[in-house]
Design a protein around this ligand. Structure first.
Ligand SMILES: NCc1[nH]cc(CCC(=O)O)c1CC(=O)O
Length: 300
C-alpha cells in the first residue's frame, strides 16, 4: 500500500526509469507492510529485506518509520523520510460511546491497545479506565470493536488515514495526554549506504522538516535503547528554525512518568535527541526502562 505510493511517486518523477515492487517469499507484501511490521524490534521481516538489499536483489525498502529499528545493520541507512501524516494517536469508539470524549468515558470503560506507550500514558491520566490487549490488523481490530469486545480503541491516526478510514477517528488525542511513537506517521526508506545513485533518487521524496523531526526522535529513542515495545513517547515541532522535542518515559502502571523538553537549531536534530535522553536519564529514566526490560523481555 505505502510501497505502491512510493513507487507511483518515483515513477512520476522519473518517467524514464522503471520501479518494480518485489514480493518477498516468506510473508505477504514485499517492502514492509504495516501489520506485518509488528513482529518486533528486530523483525524477521525487516531482516529478510535487509539481506536482499545487501545482496543487491532489491534497492530499497519502504517502512512505516515507526517500525524501523533505530540501529540499522552495517551497510544500510535511512535514505529518505517522507512527509509525515498527523502523528497523533486517535480514539475510536463503539457506537454506544459516540457522545463521549476520552475525558468523559466512565469508570471501567474497556480500551483496546497493544502499545505499552499508549497503555502507560492513558493509565497515568485515566486510572479509572480498563485496558485490554488487542491484536490483528486494522480491520480485525475495528471488527472486534464493532462486535462489542471493546468500548474503544486507540490507534494511530496515520494508519486510519492511509487506509481511507479517517472517518473512524472520533477524537485526536492531545499531546498533553499522550505523546506519539518515534517516527509515527512518516514513511522511512532504507537503502544501501554506498549507493549514491539510489540515494539521490530517494532524496526527491524527502520532506526535510519531517526528516529533521524524526532524526531527533530516533536519536532520543536510540540513546535510551528502547525498541518499539517500550513506553517512550515524543512530540516535535519546528518554528522559526528551532526544533522542539518533547519526550516521555513511563512505567507500565503509569505511576511514574517522566517528561521533559529541549529546543535547538534544526541543523543538528540528533544532538537534541541525545540531550533530551541525557536529561531524562538524570531523572531516572534508565531505572524505569531496566525494570520494564526485566519483566517484558526476560531473556533479552
Ligand atoms: N504499531 C504498528 C503500526 N505501525 C505503523 C502503524 C501506522 C501508523 C504509522 O505509520 O506510523 C501502526 C498501527 C498503529 O500503531 O495503530
Amino acid at each position: 500500500m505505502q510501497t505502491h505510493w512510493v513507487q507511483g511517486e518515483l515513477q512520476r518523477l522519473y518517467p524514464d526509469r522503471q520501479f518494480d515492487v518485489q514480493t518477498m517469499s516468506t510473508q505477504g507484501d514485499i517492502i514492509l507492510d504495516v501489520a506485518l511490521a509488528k513482529i518486533g524490534d528486530k523483525g524477521l521481516f525487516t531482516k529478510e529485506l535487509e539481506v536482499a538489499m545487501l545482496a543487491g536483489e532489491v534497492d530499497f525498502a519502504v517502512h512505516s518509520l515507526k517500525d524501523l529499528p533505530t540501529r540499522l545493520p552495517e551497510g544500510l541507512i535511512l535514505g529518505c523520510v517522507t512527509e509525515r501524516e498527523d502523528p497523533a494517536d486517535a480514539l475510536v469508539v463503539h457506537d454506544r460511546f459516540k457522545d463521549h470524549q476520552l475525558e468523559t468515558l466512565p469508570e471501567g470503560t474497556v480500551i483496546g491497545t497493544s502499545s505499552l506507550r499508549r497503555l502507560a500514558q492513558l493509565r497515568h491520566h485515566y486510572p479509572h479506565l480498563q485496558f485490554k490487549d488487542v491484536r490483528g490488523n486494522l480491520n480485525t481490530r475495528l471488527a472486534k470493536l464493532d462486535a462489542g469486545e471493546y468500548d474503544a480503541l486507540i490507534l494511530a491516526a496515520a494508519g486510519l488515514q492511509r487506509l481511507s478510514m479517517a472517518d473512524r477517528i472520533h477524537q485526536l488525542i492531545p499531546a498533553a495526554v499522550s505523546l506519539h511513537a518515534v517516527g509515527q506517521g512518516a514513511l522511512g526508506i532504507e537503502c544501501r549506504a554506498e549507493d549514491p545513485e539510489i540515494l539521490e533518487l530517494l532524496k526527491a521524496l524527502e520532506h526535510e522538516p519531517t526528516s529533521q523531526r524524526c532524526l531527533a526522535e530516533r536519536a532520543f529513542l536510540r540513546e535510551l535503547e528502547g525498541g518499539c515495545q517500550v513506553p517512550i513517547g515524543v512530540n516535535t515541532a519546528i518554528a522559526d528554525g528551532t526544533l522542539t522535542l518533547t519526550g516521555m518515559v513511563a512505567s507500565l502502571d503509569g505511576q511514574r512518568l517522566l517528561r521533559d523538553q529541549v529546543s535547538g537549531p534544526t541543523s543538528d536534530p540528533e544532538a537534541l535527541g541525545l540531550a533530551l535522553a541525557a536529561q531524562l536519564k538524570a531523572q531516572g529514566a534508565k531505572e524505569i526502562l531496566d525494570e520494564i526490560f526485566a519483566t517484558v523481555r526476560p531473556e533479552a
